[in-house]
Design a protein around this ligand. Structure first.
Ligand code: PHE
Length: 358
């Protein structure tokens, strides 16, 4: 074997044995760098006779080209392998499951609010809203609470600090009834609305919290009477509890803003520590209602000789407790995620009367 053939074999072996980009670079410098073996041979051509050069020239150039090519090929191979290894090491696994504690849920009060709104919307009621901070006029005066009337105290009202200029004391609304007033002042009859929202009273025990939720209803039109009130509420309550019909009574009551006024009770059985609706000989109070008082209509610019109406209000949190078996009211507002995980509803199933409410 000639010296050149031996050199080429050695170099090809060295190239094949190089295991990293750095190692192949060393081989390249040793052969083709300034002082490399092939470079030295090429330089030596200058001292050759023309005849010798004509023979050696193509041999040396061929050797240089083949070695250069082999080095480039091996280098590309090693670079690919290094990139693959890096991609594997730096990979982000996007398939990890999300953390279960991040799961959200719909609060039973909001679930029941949505259920009731769905039922009322189906019966042609629109949704109306009003502010949580009310003035005395909308919360009391327009609703026919006479000044200094004990009913104002009955509501255990939260008063805000008196206004520095006018001395007026705003209140946290004690019921959703001020939304009736706002609606009648801004719309002409016929009116058919429900007003869901937060309400506030100074009260706290197992069945009362200082903040709670009500949904109010108001219907104003010509020739409206108690029969409309009774059938509307019986239909709503039956649909809400998913019963064919509901055994109810309307018991006389007093509210300053309705005349006559009533509370609606449902037949129930409380024996054996459970509550069964439409059974037994007990009664469960469910809501307050009545025919809108003529004074309220007048206060809101509606002629009571031309228009009549009925109104009702119910406690949403209490209805949620009854329907979904929540035993104590207070934890409903403690924002304990364990409580919500147990009593909450999926956010992806909105109640609607066609596909089901609960
Ligand atoms: N506002 C009354 C309450 O909070 C409920 C009610 C509303 C009664 C409308 C009659 C008519 O107790």
């Amino acid at each position: 074997m000639t010296d050149l053939a031996q050199l080429e074999l050695d170099l090809i072996n060295a190239i094949g044995a190089a295991e990293s980009v750095a190692a192949i670079e060393e081989v390249r410098v040793a052969a083709l760098g300034k002082t490399g073996t092939i470079s030295a041979l090429l330089k030596g051509m200058g001292a050759m006779s023309p005849d010798e050069r004509r023979v050696q020239g193509p041999l040396l150039n061929g050797l240089r080209d083949r070695v250069t090519q082999a080095i480039a090929a091996r280098k590309a191979e090693l670079e690919d392998a290094e990139l693959d290894a890096r991609l594997l090491a730096e990979r982000i696994d996007l398939t990890l499951p999300s953390r279960p504690r991040r799961k959200g849920g719909v609060h039973p009060t909001m679930q029941v609010m949505d259920e009731l709104i769905a039922i009322f919307a189906d019966m042609g009621f629109a949704v109306a809203e009003g502010p949580d901070i009310e003035d005395d006029f909308h919360n009391f005066t327009a609703l026919n609470f006479p000044p200094k009337h004990p009913a104002r105290e009955m509501h255990d009202t939260f008063f805000l600090k008196p206004d520095a200029e006018t001395g007026e004391r705003k209140v946290l609304r004690t019921h959703t009834s001020p939304v009736q007033v706002r609606t009648m002042l801004s719309q002409k009859p016929p009116i058919r609305i429900v007003a869901p929202g937060r309400t506030f009273r100074k009260d706290s025990d197992a069945t009362h919290t200082p903040m709670f939720h009500q949904i109010e209803g108001l219907v104003i039109d010509r020739d409206i009477h108690m029969g409309h009130l009774k059938s509307t509420l019986q239909t709503v309550v039956a649909r809400f509890f998913e019963l064919d019909d509901v055994k109810a009574r309307f018991r006389p009551h007093h509210f300053p803003f309705t005349e006559p006024s009533a509370e609606m009770d449902i037949r129930c059985d409380r024996s054996g520590g459970r509550l069964a609706l439409n059974e037994g000989d007990d009664w469960l109070e469910i809501l307050g209602c009545g025919m809108v008082h003529p004074n309220v209509l007048k206060n809101c610019g509606i002629d009571p000789d031309e228009y009549q109406g009925f109104a009702f209000g119910m406690g949403v949190d209490r209805l949620a407790m009854l329907k979904y078996g929540v035993p104590d009211l207070r934890p409903m507002f403690e924002a304990d995620t364990r409580w919500l995980a147990h009593y909450g509803f999926s956010a992806f199933v909105a109640p609607n009367p066609a596909s089901g409410l609960s």
